[in-house]
Design a protein around this ligand. Structure first.
Ligand code: HQG
Length: 182
């Protein structure tokens, strides 16, 4: 299977499992799970031939472990990054490390200094445990700035943290007082 087919399929799965399942008539439950047969049928109607083999390759080979299969292999979901409001992952609150990082672009800083970090179109603000990951995330948007987040102080104030299955840290928002640009 070519790398390009796997990458294209990963993008397509991100699109339907995180954002627009209705585009192919796929139903997701509140935990984000969709039926694989329904996914394959919907994708075929959209002119996109998907097979279970290709789906398995994308799930297993994905660099960021973006997707997970159910124990019986009949369902698939994205583990984070949703904007679809029907999906409300029941994430367990978890104790974060003392500091976390967020990579963003310089052009967003005026707004971030005013409003703090907000989820934008996604359900959560995404934070990483290491600076290199934060840098890669921020670079997608332009000249990068690394923000250090005082997770410990946030938690002491009652703000909650969750960790997606793939290790990405999630929180509802980060007020300005907990953000330090490095
Ligand atoms: C910025 C990718 C203005 C925020 C990555 C970011 C990650 C503000 C952008 C995952 C703001 C939202 C998430 C404010 C935040 N004013 N801009 N007040 N607050 N922003 O893509 O964190 O490949 O929704 O800094 O690797 O960049 O999709 O979030 O630049 O893990 O699996 O608004 O997406 O993973 O952008 O990335 P995004 P993100 P996947």
């Amino acid at each position: 299977m070519s790398k390009k087919i796997i990458e294209d399929t990963s993008k397509f799965l991100s699109y339907v499992l995180r954002h627009e399942p209705q585009a192919i008539g796929l139903e997701l439950d509140s935990e984000g799970w969709g039926d694989i047969d329904q996914l394959i049928e919907g994708a075929a109607r959209d002119g996109r031939p998907l097979t279970r083999e290709l789906i398995a390759l994308v799930v297993e080979g994905n660099d960021k472990k973006r997707f997970a299969l159910s124990a019986d292999d009949q369902r698939i979901r994205a583990v984070q990054g949703h904007s679809n409001k029907a999906v409300q992952l029941q994430l367990e609150e978890k104790q974060p490390p003392a500091v976390l990082y967020h990579g963003t672009a310089t052009r967003f800083m005026d707004s971030i200094n005013e409003k703090g970090l907000i989820p934008g179109s996604r359900l959560h603000v995404h934070l990483s445990q290491d600076i290199d990951t934060a840098r890669a995330v921020g670079q997608r948007y332009g000249k990068v700035v690394i923000l250090q987040i005082d997770a410990q102080a946030m938690q002491a104030q009652g703000l909650k943290f969750y960790q997606a299955e793939n290790g990405v840290w999630l929180t509802d928002q980060v007020p300005v007082s907990f953000i330090k640009a490095l």
